[in-house]
Design a protein around this ligand. Structure first.
Ligand SMILES: Cc1cc2nc3c(=O)[nH]c(=O)nc-3n(C[C@H](O)[C@H](O)[C@H](O)COP(=O)(O)OP(=O)(O)OC[C@H]3O[C@@H](n4cnc5c(N)ncnc54)[C@H](O)[C@@H]3O)c2cc1C
Length: 381
């Protein structure tokens, strides 16, 4: 059996690795002309790391990323609102979250593949025949397979063609990300905090992602498409973070504006149709979420494992697709919903509202916090 995978992002590459391990043939087609080595970092959840353990690559990734001991949510004065102990997480769930540079992750995933990704291949049409599925690319070429996995991201062209037009929702926030080359003191290397400002969606964080690389991100509530040059964005970031406690202003001072990556943050209104005929959606193409729970890629990674496992344990692709969706849809949609609610919570403004919000977050009972962690990380594969 052969799968055509459209999109060589984290979801598509993980699917290819899982298929390869189960003896499937596959071809991965990526629209970008090449993989770039620049970019931001990412936090892979303990759930995603469990999948990578199952695929035998968790230790390779861990050796190239950062090592996170403690994760906090703090207010800008340094007061702790919530706390996750990475060591406890590992004891309870058998894996820990991994901060890593995206380019490092991508390179490690690409290394696993015996069949190189075909770059510069933008899929523009998908056609089913009685015996298979054909993908057509903008360079005039085509590829044929038994099934097609659409892992082409939130703006999935395959989804739009096969399943229909879906709704993008703007969260009200713009995010700027980058990596900064700097040496952090030990405590800062192993602990990270998501720091909430005085409302209006202002949040920032930095974390060590291996070597001397520090991943930094910043969000603010702003209308979508608000024009900002990178220099203006950096001035805004430095101004908003100037009175944040701790190391945050120092990291912000080291940012090279040319390396800032901007994302206006959208998600996809939940859809329950994830497959049609021989085509199946995966990752952001199926259930793009805002990044507030740091779970978008982690969910794509879970999808990849569950889809391939379903394909290998059912004799026909339609039953396998149905099984995959049944196992994944409720969880993925809950994450989209929770992440959206969190974005709206951080959008609150005004000193009183922010004080109430921070008090509420600080007072979340231990039992509720534990249930949330169980939901995110305690997965069975
Ligand atoms: C600011 C921000 C921070 C985030 N932080 C985290 C985090 O810390 N942890 C986490 O788990 N998630 C995070 N995410 C979410 C995460 O980046 C995505 O959920 C994840 O990348 C989805 O992977 P994917 O493979 O489904 O899609 P993508 O990563 O979007 O990959 C899709 C690929 O398909 C290619 N493509 C698109 N169209 C075509 C086409 N027509 N033909 C061929 N190829 C095509 C694209 O070039 C791309 O390479 C964050 C997202 C944002 C915006």
């Amino acid at each position: 059996m052969k799968a055509i995978i459209i999109g060589g992002g984290i979801g598509g590459l993980t699917t290819a690795i899982a298929l390869q391990q189960r003896g499937w043939q596959y071809e991965v087609f990526e629209a970008a002309p090449e993989y770039k080595t620049v970019g931001a970092g990412i936090l892979l959840g303990a759930n995603a790391m469990k999948v990578y353990e199952r695929l035998g690559i968790a230790s390779i990734l861990a050796s190239r990323g950062g090592h996170l001991e403690q994760l906090y949510i703090k207010d800008y004065k340094g007061k702790i609102l919530q706390h996750i102990d990475g060591n406890q997480l590992e004891q309870q769930y058998g894996s820990r979250s991994l901060p890593i540079h995206r380019a490092t992750l991508q390179a490690a995933l690409l290394e696993q593949l015996q069949q190189p990704v075909q770059t510069g291949k933008k899929c523009i049409a998908v056609t089913e025949t009685p015996r298979g599925v054909i993908a057509r690319f903008d360079d005039g070429s085509e590829a044929q397979g038994d099934i097609l996995v659409a892992a082409d991201g939130i703006r999935s062209a395959v989804r739009e063609q096969v399943i229909g037009s879906q709704g993008y929702r703007y969260s009200g926030q713009i995010c700027w990300r980058t990596t900064v080359n700097m040496e952090l003191p030990d405590a800062e290397r192993h602990n990270t905090a998501e720091v909430w400002g005085r409302g209006n969606g202002i949040r920032a964080s930095f974390m060590h992602v291996g070597g001397n690389q520090v991943y930094f991100w910043f969000t603010k509530k702003l209308p979508e498409n608000t024009p900002y040059t990178n220099e203006q964005a950096l001035a805004l970031i430095q101004q908003e973070l100037a009175d944040f406690s701790g190391y945050m202003p120092a990291v912000a001072r080291n940012i090279n504006p040319a390396q800032l990556i901007r994302s206006d943050l959208y998600d996809l209104a939940p859809i329950s149709t994830w497959h049609k005929g021989r085509v199946v959606l995966l990752g952001d193409a199926a259930h793009a979420t805002t990044p507030n729970l740091g779970q978008g890629a982690s969910q794509a990674i879970e999808d990849a494992y569950v889809l391939v496992d379903s394909l290998c344990s059912h004799s026909d692709y339609e039953t396998a697709f149905r099984h995959y969706v049944t196992k994944r849809v409720e969880r993925a949609h809950k994450i989209v919903r929770l992440s959206w609610q969190l974005a709206q919570l951080t959008n609150w403004k005004g000193a009183f509202a922010v004080a109430v919000r921070n008090f509420a977050v600080r007072s979340i009972p231990a039992g509720s916090a534990k249930r949330q962690l169980d939901f995110l990380y305690n997965i069975t594969l």
